[in-house]
Design a protein around this ligand. Sequence first.
Ligand code: SAH
Length: 490
Amino acid sequence: MRTTTDVPVRKNDEVTLDIIGLTQDGEGVGRADGFTLFVQGALPGERVRAKVLKVKKQYGYAKMLELLQASPDRVEAPCPIYRQCGGCQLQHMDYAAQLAWKRQHVIDSLTRIGKLRVADAAGAAEAAGDAGGAGGVVADGVVVHPTIGMDEPWRYRNKAQVPIGMAQADMADGAAGSLIGGFYARGSHRIIDMDACVIQHERNDESVRVVKRIGTRLGIRAYDETTGRGLLRHVVVRTGFVTGETMVCLVTNGTRIPRVDELVEGIRRALPDVRSIVQNVNTRNTNVIFGDETRVLWGSDVIYDELDGLRFAISARSFYQVNPAQTVALYRKAVEYAGLTGRETVIDAYCGIGTISLFLARRAGKVYGVESVPEAVEDARRNAALNGIANASFEVGLAEEVIPRWREAGIAADVIVVDPPRKGCDAKLLDTIVRMRPKRVVYVSCNPATLARDLAVLEAGGFRTMEVQPVDMFPHTGHVESVVLLVRKE
Ligand code: SAH
């Protein structure tokens, strides 16, 4: 291992670097005398002159001073605040190159972390041509398909979560005392005021502007996380792309909102498509956005949206995929990988509001969904009824606790679908899946690293990873979503 004395660079050194990789945070990876330096904004294949900002034992950070040789994948980022904002990481990279990088990122995780063998590109092309894919003839090794991208990768988000602050006297953002809201600057909690976001639905941008304007007029103060004082913490807006319905959620530090009637009236008047205005109370000093209590200020407690002909009720705190167009592509692939004939028993773990469960239920005998957030499970039950689906049932709880109980109660699953949060599946759940011996496992993942770790466990437990389909749910960000088919080895 290196010691600090072998580190070949020091803070403030100027170095010339060849960029050989790209991190999920959009930093180019360069080497100076074999020492790794991360450079924000540099792309693979580029040569840059950079100044060393920070040096740690194994790696350091440098700031780009000059682009000596640009990558052919470099494009002008369309967002005017791209450099300050921490929301997107890849706007300076051509979209086709982003898709290729995401696929490669999945392959690297599978091979390095999962120790899986990945079929070469020719094998992938061959298997991709094999209609239906699932369980078909697969080249030697796991087939990782080309990332499914968007035709129009802008304005795709249905949900905005905007931290709110107060303009300071020295800010260009408006008069001191007015509400600002936008994004945290890269790597900090300094709020950058923003009127429009190029990846956000226009209505969401407009809704946030309206709340800032009316809130300012009514003298509502923003929460200050350093003092713990002030009221408005976040504005969370969700719009159904198919239905056009909007929910505005005000996350507040305390229950009482002064002049709340005027606020509600003003929002309704400015935004006629709002169907629901709710308040969520969060008085804790935490980065977690939502508190436990949600109350309706006006209208419904949910909005509706549709995916592939199914209708969904969505409440403020429920998880609902943010990119509806790509969600349909993702869920269809998950259903295809499940290989259903109409008779199977399927478990949908981490089911949220039952979206994947209902997609599956249209083709399965029976679907059992499990989810930890009680409101989401209520939504899931309501959604099954809303769509006349009688063969899906839902339980509140941790997947790793509920599914072992189902197993003990004699439930046998033909297919298990999992869609865990970034940290992946609990070891106890993986162990239960191995014991339940379903014919297929479909793993939907938003984190290639934990996916690869969990696939290794399932491989050791008697499953074989067949195919991986990356789907670009978050264009211009470093996030990579994939859906994976595993089959039980006979
Ligand atoms: N499949 C759903 C939700 C995926 S997000 C969809 O596509 O919309 C992951 C979900 O897992 C969230 O709803 C979260 O509340 C839930 N969750 C997190 N940890 C869990 C656990 N240990 N057991 C069950 N659900 C969990």
